[in-house]
Design a protein around this ligand. Structure first.
Ligand SMILES: [Zn+2]
Length: 162
């Protein structure tokens, strides 16, 4: 398969991945590759990455993805270009598991040179305020959060404003 993406400096954060051609909705864009590790090792690595991310204030990320009940994928490896994809509150991609592989799929029609994005799916905890979102979409909720927690966020904001 031809490479349908390229890495470039992003206006959102650091570098990002961009479409090299028009991409059809529902197509596979890039595989999220990494070390296949046991759950136990995955948890251990995620903990280290979380600690690092906290130290770096927004410049760190957690790259451990759940593959199945037994294994995780740690995507913090050089050849995993998918790790450069930025978060967006109005993303054009989604991460899904297919046949023991993690793939980034297009959930919308993506135009050539458009930046690729997916929702990082962070959960709502006391640290959510550290993950400020600058995706710039009209739907932006201001924080990197799974859409499931958006209603909760809105409620919390209302409380603050009153
Ligand atoms: Zn946003």
């Amino acid at each position: 398969m031809d490479k349908i993406w390229h890495k470039k400096k992003s206006g959102v954060h650091g570098s990002g991945l961009f479409a090299s051609q028009n991409i059809k909705k529902g197509s596979k864009v890039i595989e999220y590759v990494g070390d296949k590790v046991t759950k136990k090792e995955g948890d251990r690595r995620a903990d280290i990455q979380i600690k690092k991310a906290k130290k770096n204030k927004n410049n760190g990320m957690v790259y451990v993805f759940e593959l199945n009940k037994r294994y995780d994928i740690d995507g913090s490896v050089k050849n995993n270009y998918a790790r450069h994809i930025n978060h967006s509150c109005n993303p054009n991609c989604e991460v899904e598991i297919d046949n023991s592989e993690i793939w980034v799929w297009a959930i919308k029609k993506i135009k050539r040179n458009e930046e690729l994005s997916y929702n990082y799916g962070y959960s709502y905890d006391e640290d959510y305020v550290d993950h400020i979102c600058k995706c710039g979409s009209s739907k932006c909720v201001g924080y990197i959060l799974d859409e499931d927690y958006w209603p909760k966020l809105k409620k919390a904001k209302k409380k603050k404003d009153n």
